[in-house]
Write a protein that binds this ligand. Structure first.
Ligand code: ADP
Ligand code: MG
Length: 361
């Protein structure tokens, strides 16, 4: 056996253990009288990265802990490749986990931290060392084998935690807000790295986050949670363009909410006629959701809704401007940075006319 630092933690002499199908089937979990999960159904396809997105307290961590076997379900089943694992202990479920807080053993080096799970499995020392080195190489830390946690940055510690989770060749990777404690730039770098590694290994991954940018950026599909259940699951683009409820429209991206009226398959907002995302929507008063990028500003002579600029914020590659419409609502308009509207200035808001989601009001 030749020593290797090649980033290959799934060795060809081992049966492939990645790409498992994971299924939550009607799972419920209660803490005292509080239902942390209820009628929770979700299937992760083999090799898929699903982001579990939701506000704090919506049950994301509970779902992950139930899958890992750290909590027992009160109802329902957890299936891996069709087999019910609900009765199995955590150690028998074969999952790699990374948590938000740095969870490295402080008295062990990075390499020893990564080796830890292998030692528990009685892997011989030479193979242990080789596999730990390969896992550290996978996360770009091959030079840091001997470093201790206090000699590593937060981002590096989370990379070590990821290597430690992957080195046992788990069937499923579970990440619970793994980037929340990191600063913005490292957060973006590391999420891209996680995505690259996850794709390379083809490992089925559940990525818990409360950060919608993060979820949209890394996931094949996003499952949005609310009060212990999944409100909508879909590709990032589906969630963004076809939000199933006002909760989703608000939580995923930014939306203006405007009062409207549906008649004959169209929505009317302050006299502007917009196509409906769902043309079968019943007639009647509604709330209309319009993305800031589907609005634009024009000169006072243009057709559209007149208003007064309240505030304009420079965001680097774009600008967002709030306008108080004469008709009474305030909207946020996203536009190019070369337009610099001034507070108090008169303007006209125009609609791009893309189909809009609505909700009866
Ligand atoms: P999230 O990860 O989305 O923030 P959690 O899954 O941690 O949400 O929690 C969901 C709900 O269950 C919350 O209301 C939380 O207070 C409650 N909860 C979580 N763990 C426990 C526990 N061990 N005992 C009692 N309540 C809990
Ligand atoms: Mg949590």
């Amino acid at each position: 056996m030749s020593p290797t630092t090649a980033p290959d933690v799934t060795r060809s002499d081992q049966p492939a253990r990645t790409g498992s199908v994971v299924e939550f089937a009607g799972v419920a979990k209660r803490y005292g009288t509080h239902l942390a999960l209820t009628e929770f159904d979700l299937t992760l396809q083999a090799g898929e990265l699903v982001a579990l997105l939701g506000p704090s307290g919506s049950g994301k961590t509970t779902a992950l802990r139930v899958l890992a076997g750290l909590e027992r379900t009160d109802h329902g089943r957890i299936l891996i490749n069709g087999a019910d694992v609900s009765g199995l202990a955590t150690s028998r479920r074969d999952m790699g986990m990374v948590f938000q807080s740095y969870s490295l053993f402080p008295h062990l080096s990075a390499g020893e931290n990564v080796e830890f799970g292998l030692r528990m499995r009685r892997v011989p020392p030479i193979e242990r060392r080789e596999r730990a080195a390969a896992a550290l190489a996978l996360v770009g830390l091959d030079e840091h084998y001997g470093r201790f946690a206090h000699q590593l940055s937060g981002g590096q510690q989370q990379r070590v935690a990821l290597a430690r989770a992957l080195v046992t060749r788990p069937r499923v990777l579970l990440l619970d807000e793994p980037l929340s404690a990191l600063d913005a730039k490292v957060r973006v770098q590391l999420r891209e790295e996680i995505r690259r590694i996850q794709t390379e290994l083809g490992i089925t991954t559940l990525f818990v986050t409360h950060d919608q940018d993060e979820a949209l950026a890394v996931a094949d599909r996003v499952a949005v949670m609310r009060d212990g259940r999944i409100e909508q699951v879909g590709t990032p683009q589906e969630l963004y363009t076809r939000p199933a409820s006002s909760f989703i429209a608000d939580f995923v991206g930014l939306s203006n909410r405007l009062p409207g009226l549906v008649r004959h398959g169209f929505a009317e907002v302050h006299g502007v006629i917009l196509p409906l995302l769902d043309p079968s929507q019943a007639d009647g008063p509604v709330r209309v959701f319009v993305r800031p990028e589907d609005l634009s500003l024009a000169g006072v002579a243009a057709d559209g809704l007149p208003g007064t600029v309240l505030l304009s914020s420079f965001l680097g590659s774009l600008r967002r401007t709030s306008v108080r419409l004469d008709a009474g609502d305030t909207v946020v308009v996203q536009h190019e940075v070369r337009f610099t509207p001034q507070p108090g200035e008169r303007t006209v808001v125009r609609f791009a006319g893309v189909p809009v989601p609505v909700e009866p009001s």
